[in-house]
Write a protein that binds this ligand. Structure first.
Ligand code: SAM
Length: 261
């Protein structure tokens, strides 16, 4: 670019970049004011509108799911899908002949999943609730943390608590299949430090951790999206702390399989 246009172009482009950074930082500061209870509510709300189209719900398994489930599920397995949402993976697994139940904290998503099951002539026990607090009625051969769902649970101690909770409900030879978002590139500590400062000032009981990422949910600045991204070795540490063994881990895909032995 030549002539007088160059200076205002660079100025406004720089301003846009600075405003974008400021809005992202403000989202962290906003999240820092939330108490854990409210953060969990915000996470649930952020998922209510996800995957509601019929074509999405009936789109079947993604290729990484096909290869993970094909390798680690056995034909007669009884499975609990954690984070079943509107039912995409749950329905695909039922159609493959597995006995599948599902849980999800988002009530509208669960209601749509129930409707779709009925329409497809399928049956599954669905519960509304978070895996941290839901009462498990049965034991399972496999717990599947659906599509990055493990990282939607804030705080390492809570995630470890969830793994400890599931362990006694694993049938002999049972497996916990996890999908998560690897932290690549390594997470930046500044947003987390800022969020912690706001949390302390507002007496929040949420302790943000390195790898926590917050932003607008699907581009909607009214709703906060939260996810925890995992640095190398973190998943192994959480599994170990819960007394579980990592028998498979593909950091490229963000998938892992844990067992009780
Ligand atoms: C990416 S969506 C997957 C939805 C659906 N299984 C699919 O694959 O289309 C992740 C799901 O995890 C659920 N989720 C988030 N936190 C959860 C928690 N603590 N316990 C159980 N499910 C949770 C969300 O409500 C959301 O429906």
């Amino acid at each position: 670019m030549r002539g007088w246009r160059r200076a205002p172009y660079i100025l406004f482009r720089g301003a846009a970049r600075a405003l974008e950074r400021a809005s992202r930082a403000s989202m962290y500061l906003a999240a820092g004011t939330l108490r854990l209870h409210d953060l969990r509510g915000a996470i649930t709300n952020s998922w209510e509108e996800f995957g509601r189209s019929e074509s999405m719900i009936l789109s079947g398994l993604m290729s990484w799911e096909e290869s993970l489930y094909g390798r680690f599920l056995k034909p007669a397995d009884r499975i609990l899908v954690v984070g079943c949402g509107t039912g995409r993976d749950l329905i695909a697994l039922l159609k493959l002949g597995y006995h599948v139940d599902g849980i999800d904290p988002a009530p509208r998503a669960i209601a749509l999943a129930c409707h779709m099951l009925e329409r497809e002539g399928l049956h599954a026990e669905l519960s509304t609730g978070r895996i941290e607090t839901v009462t498990l009625q049965d034991s399972y051969d496999a717990f599947i943390f659906s599509w990055f769902c493990y990282g939607y649970i804030p705080q390492a101690d809570t995630r470890i608590g969830v793994l400890r909770k599931l362990k006694p409900y694993l049938n002999p030879g049972g497996r916990i299949l996890i999908s998560y978002i690897p932290a690549e590139p390594p997470p930046r500590s500044l947003p987390i430090r800022l969020t912690r400062v706001v949390g302390r000032l507002t007496r929040s009981d949420w302790r943000p951790q390195l790898g926590d990422v917050v932003g607008p949910a699907a581009g909607d600045w009214q709703h906060i999206h939260y996810e925890h991204q995992f640095v190398e070795g973190e998943l192994e540490e959480e599994a170990r702390a819960a007394g579980l063994t990592v028998v498979f881990h593909d950091r490229g895909d963000g998938t892992a399989v844990l067992t009780a032995s």
